[in-house]
Design a protein around this ligand. Structure first.
Ligand code: SF4
Length: 374
């Protein structure tokens, strides 16, 4: 299977958000330099897998927290190892207060054409609760600078479900952010993950998460509101203006192969799912001896591949193509999952235009429907 997508993990942040359980750390510049040197070495090791790359996604962490000279260095080596004439989408994640004129110039110089901003909200108290270190003015400034530099494909990540949230707050945030000119919105409900500051506060009884029914109500209002503004939902949490869907993320939801580099990066090649070790010293040791060390290396059996095809594909509003499934696995979806017929009878799934789909009204509880396959 062709590998068309490359994920690059930068595990550094300026500060730690209260809800975040991603692999990240606050690090000194010398460690960041050492990391980028090893990342480039891993990139060179992986070169044989990178000849068909069409999308690149630099995520984290906060890639824009890197000093500009390190980003420049990384971009230079990406161009040395990847045929950029084939690259359609090149995304970098960033925090609004990192976006400066110098950074946007650098991004344009190296063909970055999509920026995903960790906005979450514009509301002061909610920002404080999430331990985010930007303000509305900086989000406005970031989007304006990106557009001025010619980067018009801009995503904003939004979180809802905090104790501050209500429809008025979210509607105000969404209206302002849409008017700034973003083209894509990723809207996630707050998940209380263990080993986060919020989880600790929750255990100390210092806040209560939003009731799931209220959360579902808000989600439906968000969907309706975004639709009116021309943002088409194409995945459970993702909405885009026409033609601005993330090609890179669709690779994941279509259950296709992808490459990855960096400590903590996951990748899926030849039906094996790898996650690079989440420890910088071990990562450096593995890369320098050409013997990568993995956090996980799991062979995905045919049954698991079929399951993943459904779990990932049903997150898309267009659902899973019956024909693609049969071409890939040489059996029908009904043969692979006899329970499907019952779920269709119960109206938890339906078939339209040769695709199997979760009804719009059940998208918020999609996970529980997916669990019924297991
Ligand atoms: S949410 Fe993003 S910016 Fe905040 S700590 Fe996690 S990775 Fe860093």
């Amino acid at each position: 299977m062709k590998i068309k997508a490359l994920y690059i993990h930068i595990p550094f942040c300026r500060m730690i958000c209260s809800y975040c359980d991603f692999y990240k750390m606050v690090a000194k510049p010398s460690l960041q330099t050492e990391y980028i040197n090893h990342l480039i070495k891993e990139l060179e090791l992986k070169k044989p897998y990178l000849k068909d790359i069409q999308t690149i996604y630099i995520g984290g962490g906060t890639p824009t927290a890197l000093p500009l000279h390190l980003l420049d260095f990384l971009f230079y080596y990406l161009h040395q190892n990847i045929d950029f004439t084939q690259v359609k989408e090149f995304t970098i994640e960033g925090n609004p207060n990192d976006i400066t004129e110098e950074l946007t110039e650098l991004l344009v110089k190296w063909n970055v054409n999509r920026v995903s901003l960790g906005v979450q909200t514009l509301h002061k108290e909610k920002l404080k609760f999430l331990n985010r270190n930007h303000h509305e003015k900086e989000v406005r400034n970031a989007v304006a600078l990106l557009k001025k530099a010619g980067i018009k494909n801009i995503n904003a990540d939004i979180i809802f479900g905090t104790p501050q949230d209500n429809w008025k707050l979210i509607r105000s945030d969404l209206t302002k952010i849409i008017n700034m000119g973003v083209t894509h919105l990723s809207v996630y409900s707050l998940i209380l993950e263990e080993k986060t500051i919020l989880y600790y506060l929750f255990q100390k009884n210092q806040f209560q998460p939003m009731n799931p029914d209220t959360e579902a109500l808000l989600y439906n209002k968000i969907k309706g509101f975004l639709k009116k503004y021309g943002f088409k939902q194409y995945e459970t949490s993702n909405f885009a203006l026409k033609g601005k869907e993330s090609i890179h993320n669709l690779t994941y939801w279509n259950n296709e192969s992808y490459a990855g580099i960096g400590s903590g990066a996951s990748y899926y090649i030849d039906y094996i799912r790898y996650t690079n070790i989440k420890n910088l010293n071990s990562y450096f040791k593995g890369v320098s001896t050409d013997q990568l060390i993995f956090e996980e290396q799991i062979v995905i059996t045919k049954e698991e591949q079929m399951m993943e095809e459904m779990m990932l594909g049903l997150r898309k509003t267009e659902g899973v193509s019956l024909r693609n499934f049969q071409d890939k696995f040489h059996c029908t979806i009904e043969e692979a999952f006899p329970k499907i017929k019952q779920l269709i009878r119960e109206k938890k799934l339906f078939i339209k235009k040769n695709h199997i789909i979760i009804p719009e009204s059940l998208q918020f509880v999609a996970n529980s429907i997916l669990m019924e396959f297991v």
